[in-house]
Design a binder for this molecule. Structure first.
Ligand SMILES: Cc1cc2nc3c(=O)[nH]c(=O)nc-3n(C[C@H](O)[C@H](O)[C@H](O)COP(=O)(O)OP(=O)(O)OC[C@H]3O[C@@H](n4cnc5c(N)ncnc54)[C@H](O)[C@@H]3O)c2cc1C
Length: 410
């Protein structure tokens, strides 16, 4: 991987274009190997594009260079009691939080999407370098923008296949002064009824996440499916009111978590740590730490109303799974050397993919053990359109060879 200085980047991209070389834009290289394997190409890091260009606390906007680590942005916003309303990515403790450019290029969000929507909804503008080295801009620096072609959303989830993002203008949000978690464990149908009511209610939880029994066990909890609800508000009274409303609709007991305990559980759900004394001694728990390199890391989605059915299906049984209730999107993984499903075979992953498709979703393989070659994703119905867009941006097919979202074999 090369990490050019910010001032040299455009010249380098022009040169690569003239030479017809293949290359891939990357952030800090923390998760570059996730997804379809790249064919021979030069990774060009944005690590030299670092720092905050401008933060306007009064406007709730921030402009950052693409290679800036997500944590650095959150740290700069915290003294202003603001934040970028996104989760930390999976594996942050081991891999780092990654760059903001990489976050947008992958276009994926976690459970906070329930209240704050996805990263593409926080994005108000971006600057980029095209494959031929020409600089371009999309959107602007203010929340209200003139309408036009929405290039920003095209680059969200582009996986480096359309161009190199150099700068981003993002919306920030005030940090809620009060946070609390609620844990509910029990039968899937009862959790399903509670989740359905909650998502349709006038309450606005920050997140409502489904955990499979093995994830609960690995976090030191009873090995049973659970709903993790996060509430945020300006006062403890309001939190108590929300909690009382939820308790009134739940046939299962609620366990209250203060903000710190909630954070620890969220760290477990992104594979960062097991709760103290947790996991391997519990029935159904994986044998290994959640924080180790996963054998399999799968991104999956099902229709939100099908989540309980998905968790009950034999194909998903025994997997460590975290799915957002409102979107049905999340991750499943098998810790390396894990007993329960660490030995997951490719055929089982393909069956899992079919099951997700039957339940209205899909499955992407982000990481798999050496020697396996399950296709990361299938062709999307819009493949012809995706390929036409790719041709417009990168006619010489220089960028991210072997990797085009929605196209199984580019
Ligand atoms: C809650 C949450 C959940 C997430 N879930 C997933 C998930 O399930 N799967 C997943 O793959 N990612 C997911 N992400 C995104 C992941 O966090 C980012 O990939 C990572 O943060 C980027 O790290 P990096 O800067 O080291 O990028 P790298 O690892 O270097 O690159 C990551 C990807 O982004 C592209 N890229 C990076 N920077 C640029 C740039 N400046 N211009 C153009 N392309 C670029 C690369 O080509 C590569 O495809 C999630 C993020 C969050 C916050």
């Amino acid at each position: 991987m090369i990490c050019p200085d910010a001032n040299d980047l455009q010249d380098l991209v022009r040169e690569l274009h003239q030479q017809g070389s293949t290359w891939v834009p990357c952030g800090l290289g923390s998760r570059l190997d996730w997804g379809p394997p790249l064919q021979d190409c030069l990774p060009v890091s944005c690590g030299g594009l670092r720092g905050i260009v401008e933060h306007k606390p009064g406007d709730f906007t921030i402009s950052v260079r693409a290679g800036t680590p997500l944590l650095e942005v959150q740290e700069a916003l915290a003294p202003h009691r603001q934040w970028l309303a996104v989760d930390q990515p999976w594996g942050s403790q081991r891999l780092g939080s990654g760059s903001v450019g990489g976050l947008v290029a992958r276009g994926l969000a976690g459970g906070y999407r329930q209240r704050y929507l996805g990263i593409r909804d926080q994005l108000i503008g971006l600057s980029l370098l095209r494959a031929d080295g020409i600089a371009a801009n999309a959107g602007g620096r203010v929340v209200k923008n003139v309408a036009g072609y929405d290039l920003m959303r095209l680059f969200c989830g582009s996986w480096g296949s359309l161009g190199l993002i150099t700068e981003l203008n993002l919306r920030t949000l005030p940090l809620a002064p009060m946070r609390r978690g609620l844990l509910v464990q029990g039968a899937l149908n009862e959790l399903g009824a509670l989740s359905q009511w909650l998502l349709g209610s006038r309450l606005s939880p920050e997140r409502v996440d489904w955990w499979s029994a093995p994830l609960a066990a690995a976090a030191g909890l009873e090995a049973a499916p659970l709903l993790l609800i996060a509430l945020a508000s300006i006062s403890t009274e309001s939190l108590a009111e929300q909690q009382a409303a939820i308790a009134a609709h739940s046939r299962l007991p609620l366990r209250q978590l203060e903000a710190e305990a909630l954070e620890s559980l969220l760290a477990c759900a992104r594979g960062d740590e097991a709760m103290p004394g947790a996991g391997r001694h519990q029935a159904g728990a994986p044998d290994d730490d959640l924080g180790s390199e996963p054998a399999w890391l799968l991104r999956l989605g099902v229709s939100p109303d099908q989540v309980p059915q998905a968790l009950a299906s034999p194909e998903l049984e025994g997997l460590v799974i975290d799915l957002a209730a409102g979107s049905g999107l999340g991750l499943a993984w098998t810790p390396a050397g894990a007993g329960a499903r660490g030995d997951l075979q490719p055929e089982a992953v393909l069956r899992l993919r079919q099951q997700c498709q039957r339940l209205g979703g899909w499955l992407t393989v982000l990481h798999q053990p050496l020697g396996h070659a399950v296709p990361a994703w299938d062709d999307a119905p819009s493949r012809p359109l995706i390929e036409r867009v790719k041709h417009q941006f990168d006619p010489q097919r220089q960028l991210a060879p072997g990797r085009l979202p929605g196209v199984a074999k580019p």
